[in-house]
Design a protein around this ligand. Structure first.
Ligand SMILES: Cc1cc2nc3c(=O)[nH]c(=O)nc-3n(C[C@H](O)[C@H](O)[C@H](O)COP(=O)(O)OP(=O)(O)OC[C@H]3O[C@@H](n4cnc5c(N)ncnc54)[C@H](O)[C@@H]3O)c2cc1C
Length: 398
């Protein structure tokens, strides 16, 4: 699958930079429509990606559209509920179509599907800079070690994730700093297998202004981590230690468990902010475009969704001028923007963990409130309302 830099063709229709969920989703959509796609990543696949590995309903829907859901679920740990734990220990279980699969495996499945669809995957190959002619991006300069190659393309799709270097090199970064940061590790603890079988998301004063999580993978392995979205410089390691002291399931998991590899941190870019979405010859998609939700930090599904929108805009624009492709893509993203704004607003909960006591207490008592909370998970109800005056009113009247 990983063709080297020496085998790069001199040209293609679409060059996709980054073979994460976004890049591979775009490559699948384009290659299946007969477009000549080259996909590059600066890591050879399979590769690790620092993530919570949780697949929520939007990721299931995107994987289904891409035709790889069965393959993913054959390897994933299926999960039936997300368990929200409030700062005073109250807990509510929300039903949902959920799963956990380490990104090393997930991204490999989606990338292999892109190759099966006809995309050519070259890795390890790093995007260094766009090639331009009269203000239009017409290709890219790529490197590996001492080798440098140039490739010409009609469209360059930047799906390079939350690390901003490629965005900066392409002149597309509006903001270099991330929207949030998170840290995770893998622990093996077979004795906790029956005890933690949901996606546990935990708010606690010790972890404010962030939250902690424990997600069960297969074979007694757990993904455990903490994340913060408030722009301040946070020592995630200190927060992680506080989480494992304050939350009993985290404490027991660590005490009786064995670490598999080191704790690793990574940035997140959220709320469709921080980057320009397009310029002539170039579209930015996935987390590079800020496609991860604030508040929950979930981004795998939305990365694939925005990338499919980019691919659809390219396909819809065949035979038209490049400005119409860009306008089509930007309009598709603009239609998603209000939903991202609601998650940004709901992010207030992370700053005020006492709110979780209130919301979860009500969720335990009212089936309608519980349904609304489940609706946030599968995107049929509005997370921002949890913090609005109307939302508060409904909390106590439903
Ligand atoms: C700790 C943590 C926990 C998270 N937990 C969850 C979760 O449980 N569920 C969820 O849905 N989301 C979660 N997220 C968010 C999720 O990881 C992202 O939303 C998702 O990875 C975005 O996908 P992407 O394809 O846009 O970018 P990535 O997955 O980051 O892929 C980008 C790819 O581009 C490549 N690349 C970058 N620069 C270059 C370059 N110059 N040249 C060539 N290749 C390049 C990278 O190697 C990478 O493979 C979490 C994030 C973090 C940090």
């Amino acid at each position: 699958m990983n063709l080297g830099i020496d085998l790069l063709p001199p040209q293609c229709d679409v060059l996709v930079v980054g073979a994460g969920p976004a890049g591979s989703a775009a490559a699948i959509t384009l290659a299946r429509a007969g477009v000549d796609v080259v996909l590059v990543d600066h890591h050879a696949f399979p590769r690790e990606k620092v993530c919570g590995d949780g697949l929520i309903p939007d990721a299931h829907r995107a994987l289904h559209r891409l035709g790889v859901l069965d393959e993913v679920m054959a390897q994933a740990q299926p999960v039936t509920h997300a368990s929200l734990v409030a700062s005073r220990g109250g807990r509510v279980d929300l039903p949902g179509t959920l799963a956990v699969l380490p990104r090393r495996e997930l991204d490999d499945i989606v990338c292999r599907a892109a190759v099966r669809a006809g995309a050519r995957m070259h890795a390890p190959v790093r995007f260094v800079a766009p090639l331009e002619a009269q203000g239009v991006v017409v290709g890219a300069r790529l490197t590996h070690g001492e080798a440098t190659r140039e490739i010409r393309c009609r469209w360059l799709l930047l799906a390079s994730g939350a690390v901003p270097q490629a965005l900066i090199a392409a002149g597309m970064a509006r903001r270099q700093s991330p929207s949030g940061v998170a840290l995770r590790g893998y622990l093996k603890n077979e004795s906790m297998q029956g005890r933690i079988d949901k996606l546990e998301v935990v708010w606690h004063r010790a972890v404010a202004p962030g939250y902690g999580w424990i997600f069960p993978c297969r074979d007694g392995v757990f993904n455990i981590g903490v994340g913060v979205f408030d722009g301040r410089d946070t020592n995630l390691r200190t927060l992680f230690d506080a989480f494992t002291r304050a939350y009993p399931n985290a404490r027991d998991l660590v005490d009786g468990g064995r670490w598999i590899g080191p704790l690793k941190g990574a940035p997140l870019r959220t709320s469709l902010e921080g980057a320009r979405f397009s310029r002539p010859g170039l579209l930015v998609t996935g987390e590079a475009a800020g496609s991860t939700y604030a508040f929950t930090g979930e981004g795998i599904g939305k990365a694939m969704e925005t990338a499919m929108l980019a691919a659809e805009a390219v396909l819809a624009g065949r035979g038209h001028d490049e400005a119409s492709v860009r306008a089509g893509y930007e309009a598709r993203l603009a239609a998603l923007k209000p939903r991202f704004a609601l998650y940004e607003r709901a992010n207030g909960i992370n700053r005020h963990p006492w709110l979780t006591d209130l919301v979860i207490w009500r969720g335990r008592r009212s089936p309608r409130v519980l349904r609304r909370m489940s609706g946030v998970l599968d995107e049929t109800s509005n997370p921002g309302q949890l913090l609005s005056a109307k939302g508060f009113y409904r909390l106590f009247t439903e």
